[in-house]
Each structure stands twice: as structure tokens, then as C-alpha cells.
Design a binder for this molecule. Structure first.
Ligand SMILES: [Zn+2]
Length: 221
């Protein structure tokens, strides 16, 4: 990836292709849109996929190609390019936390922070056209570990503030972590401060360990 980009972790080619073809689940699409807002490298990758046309998408994964996918992809690029320079960020304030909301989230309903575990709070994000999508803001205190967990589907996590480290490296604001069902990982938030992420789950999150077994029955995302 480009040395000038401050973003070190990006979505896979397959994920960007699925996004361009309109075939990512709604929650994941919002996370990828958030990543593109802050990542010129991926905006260029995305534009290349679209410029190569539906041919590439069709050859790569014919079942992923939606009708009008190319036109929709180009419209999304136009929308990104046409965005007026830095409008004042929308902010949400929940308890003592203020957060600059990514543009992709501003049409969504963002719920209250709810206690999830020691040092861990969740806020449910509801997408108007896909209210069942599993999309959350996750706020984890400095030095805290998230419960170790695996997945029955894909998980996309975009860092908004702070940073965390797991087996795959350190993820800072603008970075995207893409995990599949083969992966069990335990992110730990770095000691400098709390970390707020936007996370989409494609399947069920499967918690492991004692904490997970205690919390799982109460987890209704
Ligand atoms: Zn990127």
C-alpha cells in the first residue's frame, strides 16, 4: 500500500468488489463506506474496479454481480468526489463521550451506550433501510481486552478513535480489520486512551472463555 497513506489496514479486493457490486450486507456496506471516506488508497482501488467495468466483477465472481452494479458503483464514486470540503462534523454526545460521526452514519439512528462488560460499552446503530443489520459502535477503555471471540460470518471493524492491537497488528484511526469465521482473536485497546470502533457482524459473534459464557445469554444485539 502507499507509503503516504496513514491507513495501514484495508478491506480485501473481494470485499471491495462485493461493495462495488452492491452485494455486501447493509452493515458491512456502512463500515466500508466509512473506510472509503478516510482512505484515498481504497477510493483509488474502488475507482479502478469500477473503471475496469463489470467485466472484472463478472469474471471474479459472477454470482456477486447485481444488475446496474457498475452504474451504482460510479454513482458512489461521484458522491464521494462531489462531497463538499469538510462540512462541520455531526457530533453525538452520549454521557460524557463526544464523537465525530462519519458521514456514512449520519442517516442512521445511533442508540445509547450500553454496558457490555468491564470497560466495554456498545451502541446499536440502526440503518433505516435495513433495521435488522448487525452494526454497532464499540467503546473500549484504555488497556482493556475485548472478550475473546470467533465468528460464524465476516466481521468488519473500522477504528474511529484510539487504537487496538491483536494477533494481526495495531489498528489505528482509519484502519479496517476484516475477520472471517476461521479467526478467533482478542483485541486489546492500547494504553494511551479508549478506542471507539464501528463494527458490523455478518453472522453470530461467538464468545469464548468464562466472560463470554457469562455475557452471551444477555447479549441481544
Ligand atoms: Zn483503505
Amino acid at each position: 500500500m502507499s507509503a503516504v497513506s496513514p491507513v495501514n489496514h484495508h478491506p480485501s479486493d473481494e470485499t471491495l468488489l462485493r461493495y462495488a457490486a452492491g452485494r455486501l450486507p447493509a452493515g458491512a456496506s456502512v463500515v466500508i463506506a466509512t473506510h472509503l471516506e478516510g482512505c484515498p488508497v481504497c477510493r483509488a482501488r474502488f475507482a479502478n474496479f469500477a473503471a475496469m467495468g463489470g467485466r472484472l466483477v463478472e469474471e471474479a465472481s459472477p454470482e456477486l454481480m447485481a444488475p446496474n452494479a457498475l452504474a451504482e458503483a460510479m454513482a458512489r464514486i461521484d458522491a464521494l468526489d462531489a462531497t463538499p470540503p469538510t462540512p462541520p462534523p455531526a457530533r453525538i454526545v452520549r454521557h460524557d463521550i463526544a464523537l465525530d460521526l462519519p458521514r456514512a452514519l449520519r442517516r442512521c439512528d445511533v442508540g445509547r451506550w450500553r454496558w457490555f462488560g468491564p470497560g466495554v460499552h456498545l451502541s446499536r446503530v440502526t440503518i433505516p433501510e435495513a433495521p435488522a443489520a448487525r452494526l454497532t459502535l464499540l467503546r473500549v477503555g484504555a488497556g482493556r481486552a475485548l472478550p475473546e471471540h470467533g465468528h460464524s460470518g465476516l466481521e468488519f471493524t473500522q477504528v474511529l478513535t484510539g487504537s487496538f492491537t491483536d494477533e494481526f497488528g495495531t489498528f489505528r484511526p482509519g484502519d479496517l480489520a476484516e475477520m472471517d469465521s476461521e479467526v478467533e482473536h482478542q483485541p486489546v485497546v492500547d494504553k494511551q486512551g479508549e478506542c471507539i470502533c464501528l463494527a458490523a457482524f455478518d453472522g453470530e459473534m461467538v464468545l469464548s472463555g468464562l466472560f463470554g459464557r457469562l455475557v452471551q445469554p444477555f447479549l441481544k444485539l
